[in-house]
Design a protein around this ligand. Structure first.
Ligand code: 5AD
Ligand code: SF4
Length: 438
């Protein structure tokens, strides 16, 4: 078998970062990555099952793979669909050799050794209840300036609609010392931005009891060389006031909190098992707004959860107004296997869900128009992400995670990963336009 591999990744940032660790692990075993599927001896799919379209995409791609069969190629399905579907994947696609969920990645070298011996039907599905995390020195990060660090894996919240506790297993945190060591190594390698990751990042509990989540944020953000630290995703239930205090006290912690609310109706929140009410959520928002820093707030929303009424939807719409989010990611409810909500009648048609989604997105667009307009004439620092040579613009990101396109009179464009101060000249609902301040 050729030791070249091709990997494709679906889903969230956790999956994107898992893939960086999987790539690093494969490379440590002598494998070489190729960007060309047809050239690979081993093809891996890191899959997502958060909503049904994500999962359908995988099976669609697996079918396309059929044309590559018989050429000595091996296939691995890893990630959330792998954990969810398990050995059924071998029945649907017999040419797949490895099916592994994220809680088993630390066993990848052993799985690869079995693959090389010619084994088929190799599974890594058995350890959903584990205390171990996937820590590896072999991380093939795709960006040289900003990078992810997983601080907590899995989720214990069991929201009624969510597949994650079943695909990623129970919650387990890495020790603060190990997180800090990885952050220090990244700083030494030239990284200036770190994003701390977890399905439920602020439920972090240092197993060595050295640091709270807020203290860990502070420790990472004050490492020499680190200019920006972000964290995602926060659960309102675990959002404590000291997180706001530490942002206020630590300039390199970014002005952004992603705090998914899911619904503005306390009735729907109860049915979702979110363990908070609208008022309880708004109290956390008030803490964030009382900060001295201008902290941007973003959210995830689900429309069309079983039993959601027009009045419930209106509650979500008024919550959007009240919070004044800078961005929302809104989704139509999708019934997921194994979850409690699968047994609730999913009585709303797709048309109704789409119409409700549109109501919220239209409302949110107006909110963003106003929010983004406030930035006009402001001066802000950006991390440079890319160059848009066609438009003669540079693309950067603000501490609030907003995209800014800007022009510069300098003959040499600022380098990717460097920082540049700009003045904002124009605002749109999703981005800003500016010019470099030299
Ligand atoms: N249907 C629709 N959206 C979902 N999400 C999670 N599970 C579902 C589901 N079954 C959304 C939530 C979560 C985001 C990552 O995906 O809004 O915050
Ligand atoms: Fe998708 Fe959730 Fe798995 Fe991330 S954790 S890949 S969003 S199912």
């Amino acid at each position: 078998m050729s030791k070249s591999f091709y990997i494709e990744t679906f889903g969230c940032q956790m999956n994107a970062h898992d893939s960086e660790k999987v790539v690093g692990t494969l490379e440590s075993q002598g494998y070489v990555q190729t960007q060309v599927e047809d050239e690979a001896g081993l093809i891996l799919y890191n899959t997502c099952s958060i909503r049904d379209k994500a999962e359908q995409k995988v099976f669609h791609r697996l079918n396309e793979y059929k044309r590559l069969q018989g050429e000595g190629k091996k296939f691995a399905v890893i990630g959330c669909v792998a954990q969810q579907e398990g050995e059924r994947i071998f029945d649907k696609a017999p040419y797949v050799s490895i099916v592994a969920g994220s809680a088993s990645y630390r066993n990848l070298p052993a799985m690869l050794a079995r693959l090389e011996r010619g084994d088929s039907r190799i599974t890594g599905l058995d350890d959903k209840q584990t205390t171990e995390t996937f820590e590896t020195p072999f991380v093939a990060r795709t960006n040289q300036h900003r990078g992810y660090i997983t601080i907590i894996e899995g989720c214990d919240k069991f929201c009624a609609y969510c597949v994650v506790p079943y695909t990623r297993g129970n919650e387990r945190s890495r020790s603060a010392a190990s997180v800090l060591e990885e952050a220090r190594r990244m700083a030494d390698a030239g990284y200036t931005e770190i994003q701390l990751l977890g399905q439920n990042v602020n439920s972090y509990r240092d197993p060595s009891r050295q640091k709270t989540f807020a203290e860990l944020l502070h420790a990472v953000a004050t490492l020499p060389g680190i200019r920006r630290v972000r964290f995602t995703t926060s659960h309102p239930r675990d959002f404590t006031r000291d997180i706001v205090d530490v942002i206020d006290a630590t300039p390199s912690l970014c002005d952004h909190v992603h705090l998914p609310v899911q619904s503005g109706s306390s009735d729907v929140l109860r049915k979702m098992d979110r363990e908070y009410t609208r008022d309880w959520y708004l109290e956390r928002i008030a803490w964030i707004k009382s900060a001295q820093r201008d902290i941007s707030i973003t959210s995830d929303i689900i429309v069309g959860f079983p039993g959601e009424t027009d009045a419930d939807l209106e509650q979500t719409a008024t919550l959007l107004d009240e919070v004044g989010y800078d961005a929302i990611f809104a989704f139509k409810y999708s019934p997921r296997p194994n979850t409690p909500a699968i047994s609730m009648a999913d009585s709303l048609s797709d048309e109704v869900k789409s119409a409700r989604l549109k109501v919220l997105l239209d409302r949110q667009r107006e909110i963003q128009r106003v929010n983004y307009d406030r930035h006009r004439d402001q001066v802000m620092e950006l991390m440079i992400e890319s160059h848009n040579t066609q438009r003669n613009q540079v693309v950067g990101r603000s501490t609030q995670n907003k995209t800014v396109n800007f022009t510069t009179s300098q003959p040499i464009l600022p380098a990717i990963g460097s920082y540049q101060t700009v003045r904002i000249t124009q605002a749109f609902p999703n981005s800003l336009l500016g010019e470099a301040v030299l």
